[in-house]
Write a protein that binds this ligand. Structure first.
Ligand code: ZN
Length: 265
């Protein structure tokens, strides 16, 4: 518990901490970079408990009953700015703090500006003063330049197993099985599909390519304006599904929109 802060603060110096959710990204980063501490913070969210069921059998620091961010969870499962809370807590366990974020994540609490601001803020708060010696921090996502598809590829190259990826859990629904339709499920499917990992055997409750929100963003995806480079990964995965018959239509529409925009400029 809080002992680390009061009596053992020197033991956290120079340690690397990974905020560990048990989702694919944090599982892979753990495998590739082997941080000193895996920190799982319960936020009292709808999916906390199910996530923990998926955890591998290894040493993980569990932090419970410290924050109740679940009360701020929106209908779409986003907890606004949650990473700011998590990083502040992680600062009690180490000085290099990694978040499992990849290219294509869009929230401003896991982008480069956020990491830079949090590093500056923590350095300031942990400047030498009457109650503490100086501590220096580095907050980052080591694989922020890679898409989830690329990260899975790297994991498999470095002897990561398909089984570990499939056991990991990141569905916003929090049910036993992955729902297949939430954004977390969809992006996981894209990354697995593009790396040849079979999920067509009922791994997802519903087919990810049938996600109801997908049609609304397909034009954006063809314009590369949904998740940047990840959009190409999405198209590559969709092209191998029954959805591929509709892709030409969206591609044409997207091209038309782009031309109209250029004309207006
Ligand atoms: Zn889901």
């Amino acid at each position: 518990m809080a002992q680390m802060i009061t009596s053992g603060k020197e033991t956290v110096r120079s340690k690397t901490v990974l905020l560990y959710s048990g989702g694919m990204d944090s599982l892979i980063i753990d495998h590739l970079l082997k941080p000193d501490v895996l920190l799982n913070i319960s936020m009292n969210s709808a999916y906390d408990a199910r996530e923990r069921e998926s955890f591998p059998d290894k040493e993980i620091v569990f932090l419970d009953n410290v924050i109740d961010l679940g009360r701020y969870e929106r209908d779409d499962a986003i907890i606004p700015n949650r990473n700011a809370h998590l990083v502040l807590l992680a600062s009690h366990y180490g000085e290099t703090i990694w978040l499992g974020s990849v290219y294509g994540d869009r929230s401003f609490d896991k982008d480069e500006a956020f990491y830079s601001h949090m590093t500056t803020l923590l350095d300031h708060m942990w400047s030498e003063q009457h109650w503490t010696e100086e501590r220096k921090f580095m907050i980052s996502s080591p694989f922020k330049d890679k898409t989830k598809t690329q990260l899975v590829y790297e994991f498999l190259e470095m002897d990561g197993t398909e089984e570990a990826l499939l056991t990991s859990y990141s569905c916003y629904e929090g049910d036993e099985k992955h729902c297949g339709h939430c954004k977390a499920c969809f992006r996981k499917w894209v990354a697995l599909e593009n790396n040849g990992i079979i999920t067509s055997n009922g791994y997802f409750k519903e087919n990810p390519w049938d996600a109801p929100w997908l049609d609304e963003v397909l034009i954006q995806i063809f314009n590369g304006g949904y998740r940047g480079r990840e959009d190409k990964d999405i198209i590559y995965a969709l092209d191998k599904t029954p959805k591929h018959t509709l892709l030409d239509h969206y591609q044409t529409q997207a091209g038309h929109l782009l031309r109209t925009k250029e004309f207006k400029l």
